[in-house]
Design a protein around this ligand. Structure first.
Ligand code: ADP
Ligand code: ASP
Ligand code: MG
Length: 438
């Protein structure tokens, strides 16, 4: 069985929902849906008002959003019967959201509010398919998708529960489920972080040993650079799991950073497809590596670099351990590392404990912090005996100040640290140089 995930834009209007219903007709499959585009952002905004104890602000957004849904309903359903059913569905979710405007508001209530977007979109699609006469069955994510005490998905629990739920509905034509939402180890409603519906799809795919996981979005696959910043990008037809994972981790928004791992561990191909152009080939992500090719570039924002420099024998035995331990003690993962005899530079994307980290590092040397940096990651077959590739990357950056370069950590990437203000021109220069022969 295949797992098909449709993102926010793909279900962003009544017309788009109708298109999705056409795309999912045919053989039995599991369909994972995001919230309609803009909804999760509105739910975040509602929560923000409630944290600030401004129920009027929250109510204004709630009313605006629920009116929008009432318009979608008028357009989506053909019969009065189903319009009525859908109106009741929407009303119950928005009445529920309104109950949170009266009491104490905490992280727990916020998670419940954020979950409503996917609950609504799947509820609407379920009703629409039933109106069309499709025997679609809802498999509630909150009944099987679960994280453990470390907030990591619990694959054994997910597999057991999901298999049981699917077996209870063996005669269904189609299964629908929510992306993004889950329960935590204590059974409370939680989520897999923004953009996490991709992760839901790959966890579902891994749990059932799917034949393929399809991520349907608003672009024809993974492009060779970020189309939001660079002109003249083009789709990459084939990627290795590791290449795709690097690109997702280093900022290619088309994929949630962690969604490749479950597919890779279970060797399930992932196909990226375009809802607006369903016949386009998209991108196939699998365990096949195309030799001798630079594939794509991605950029990760909001990076801070920290340099520790000392006149003493800095890299003597145990020094790096002490440095890394400081980051570990403050639960701050490191992205990039470069070393020299007198110093070491690292980057982090979580600044929560920056002050304490810098304080602790000062025991070992002079500490310099650079903020507002970006990691640019060039991905492809970059094995060290493939000569000339790093040279081309560095050559492309000849007019851009580069703070760090990291190569050799894997066979798949070269990473460069630059200023955020240089991001656009650095990405464009890499595209021109590596892909467009300029
Ligand atoms: P969805 O709502 O379907 O999950 P997203 O907005 O999360 O969609 O991801 C699709 C978007 O990712 C595209 O519209 C595009 O702007 C952006 N994007 C960033 N980098 C890339 C890339 N390298 N290739 C394709 N799309 C990318
Ligand atoms: N709806 C969620 C978000 O906007 C999850 C997703 O779309 O993947 O972040
Ligand atoms: Mg997404």
């Amino acid at each position: 069985m295949k797992v098909l995930k449709f993102g926010g834009t793909s279900v962003g209007s009544a017309q788009r929902m109708k298109n999705v219903a056409k795309l999912i007709a045919g053989e039995r499959k599991i369909v994972v849906l995001s919230a309609m585009s803009g909804t999760t952002n509105s739910l975040v905004e509602i929560s923000d008002y409630l944290y600030k104890r401004n129920p009027d602000g929250a109510n204004e957004i709630i009313n605006r959003l629920s009116m929008k849904y009432m318009e979608h309903i008028e357009e989506l359903y053909g019969t009065e019967e189903y319009k009525q059913k859908a109106k009741e569905l929407i009303k119950s979710h928005f009445d529920y959201i309104r109950t949170f405007t009266k009491d104490l508001f905490t992280l727990f209530e916020e998670k419940v509010i954020l979950a409503q977007g996917e609950l609504i979109s799947t509820g609407m699609m379920h009703l629409y398919l039933n109106e069309l006469g499709v025997n679609a069955v809802m498999i509630p994510a909150l009944d099987y998708m679960r994280t453990d005490k470390n907030a990591e998905p619990d694959p054994i629990y997910i597999k057991e529960k999901l298999t049981r739920l699917l077996n209870e509905h063996k005669d269904a034509d189609l299964y629908i489920t929510q992306g993004y939402i889950c329960r935590n180890a204590y059974g409370e409603i939680d989520n897999l972080q923004r953009g996490g519906s991709d992760y839901s799809a790959s966890l579902v795919g891994a749990a059932i040993g799917a034949e393929e996981i399809q991520i349907w979005t608003d672009i024809d696959g993974m492009h060779n650079n970020d189309p939001r910043f660079v002109e003249g990008t083009s789709p990459v037809r084939q990627l290795h799991f590791d290449e795709a994972a690097e690109l997702a981790y280093f900022g290619a928004k088309i994929l949630h950073p962690t969604c490749i791992l479950p597919a890779k561990l279970n060797n399930i191909p992932v196909r990226l497809l375009n809802t607006m152009q369903p016949d386009a080939p998209g991108t196939l992500i699998s365990n096949v590596m195309e030799k001798g090719k630079i594939k794509a570039v991605a950029a990760k924002d909001n990076i801070t670099s920290i340099k520790i420099k000392s006149g003493r024998m800095l890299l003597a035995t145990g020094f790096l351990r002490k440095v890394f331990e400081i980051f570990e003690n403050h639960q701050t993962p490191i992205d990039m590392v470069t070393t020299s005899e007198v110093g070491v530079s690292v980057t982090i994307d979580n600044r929560k404990h920056l002050e304490e980290i810098v304080d602790d590092l000062k025991k070992y040397g002079t500490v310099t912090v650079d903020e507002n940096m970006v990691i640019v990651c060039v991905v492809g077959d970059l094995e060290w005996d493939n000569i000339g590739f790093e040279a081309r990357v560095v050559q492309a950056m000849k007019d851009v100040p580069v703070r760090m370069i990291s190569y050799g950590g894997s066979n798949y990437n070269v990473s460069l640290l630059i200023k955020a203000s240089d991001k656009r021109r650095a990405l464009q220069a890499l595209s021109d140089h590596l892909f467009n022969n300029k």
